[in-house]
Design a protein. Structure first.
Length: 149
């Protein structure tokens, strides 16, 4: 029990399952949507940039995508959790018990999440893996646990 990894609940079966992670993700989407509507949209309106989404390369689409990815990358790197995960008592951890590195977080939250978000059914992988890992977790050797309180 004296090892650093012993206190992180990875070995006591406290992995967060699909539904808890799903609700946390939905809450994160509400937060991101709110950020976009309270900050990005007013800035675009003040600059007289149209909010109509003309395609994937429209200014508003690019700005909202940047907010989406920055939210997940920065929150996960600095806090190990997003606001949705905080509400549900979840935390992202590396399987080896080490601190999350920039490389791990960017790979998990940017590349892995892009792939998972592109093919939504891939999020369901969480329900069927032993350590409740999504595809983005498998890529980055991470998982989501219930945060010790």
């Amino acid at each position: 029990m004296g090892s650093p990894a012993a206190g992180n609940h990875l070995f006591s079966g406290q992995y967060a399952g699909f539904w808890t992670r799903f609700w946390a993700y939905l809450l994160d989407l509400i937060v991101i949507g709110s950020i976009n509507r309270m900050i990005i949209h007013p800035i675009f309106m003040a600059l007289d940039v149209p909010l109509v989404k003309d395609g994937i390369f429209s200014p508003v689409t690019i700005a909202t995508a940047v907010v989406f990815y920055l939210y997940f990358v920065l929150m996960t790197k600095y806090l190990g959790q997003t606001l949705g995960k905080m509400v549900f008592g979840l935390k992202v951890v590396e399987l080896d018990g080490k601190s999350l590195t920039w490389g791990t977080v960017i790979f998990r939250e940017w590349i892995g999440r892009f792939i998972s978000a592109t093919i939504l059914v891939l999020y369901v992988v969480v329900a069927f893996t032993n350590k409740k890992q999504g595809l983005h977790d498998l890529f980055a050797d991470t998982t989501v646990i219930y945060e010790p309180r």
